[in-house]
Design a protein around this ligand. Structure first.
Ligand code: URA
Length: 210
């Protein structure tokens, strides 16, 4: 299926997101809520991972039961704000592997420049989930996914907290095969590339840098 967008609008997610949006919410609370929401987003994005049947013995009897099949999942945060989502996802899937991608926008050329890239060597056998809190212009998500596709992962998904119509449109124009999982689709981008109403700069709010 192409151009799939899953909006995870569970009441707990919406409640937590509203508190995160408020400018009154401090850095510690923001981080805690991001971790909690990420756990819930992780629950949704892993809904269709493959299972295999194994034989086990309970204290009472032998039985067949299910375990996750194949190699461990790979989470890839886009630095730096993506690491805020990583924490909650790892709490739910502690054995997941973690890759990293660092990108910045060259202020002169406005092109995305990669400054760090590190993935497990065998991603062609693994499902990869890329995470970043805000899908705004979509430029960094597009660049990150393009780079990871060069390593031929078994599958790719993109998880964010807040998306906007422009970001979704741009992202799926280049990567229609990569489903998006988000907690909200906001109104629009402003002239500075921020999502409205949004929650401000996710990195600054996670790390307290402003
Ligand atoms: N990045 C952010 O952190 N916030 C936005 O609103 C857009 C991009």
């Amino acid at each position: 299926m192409l151009r799939v967008v899953h909006v995870v609008d569970h009441p707990l997610v919406q409640h937590k997101l509203t508190i995160m949006r408020s400018k009154e919410t401090d850095c510690a609370k923001f981080r805690q809520l991001l971790k909690e929401i990420s756990l819930l987003l992780c629950y949704e994005v892993t809904r269709d991972v493959q299972l295999e049947e194994v034989e086990i013995e309970t204290p009472l009897t032998k039985t067949k039961a299910k375990l996750l099949e194949g190699k461990k999942l790979v989470f890839v945060p886009i630095l730096r704000a993506g690491t805020g989502i990583l924490e909650g996802m790892l709490e739910l899937v502690p054995a997941a592997r973690v890759g990293h991608i660092g990108l910045y926008r060259d202020p002169k050329t406005l092109q995305t420049v990669e400054y760090y890239f590190n993935l497990p060597h065998d991603v062609s056998d693994r499902d990869v989930i890329v995470v970043d809190p805000m899908l705004a212009t979509g430029n960094s998500a597009i660049a990150a996914i393009s780079r990871i596709k060069q390593k031929s992962p078994k599958s790719l998904k993109f998880v964010n907290l807040i998306a906007c119509p422009e970001g979704i449109q741009n992202f799926h124009a280049v990567h229609p095969d990569v489903p998006i999982y988000t907690a909200a689709i906001d109104e629009r981008l402003n002239e500075h590339g921020y999502i409205l109403p949004g929650l401000g700069d996710a990195g600054d709010r996670i790390f307290g840098t402003k």
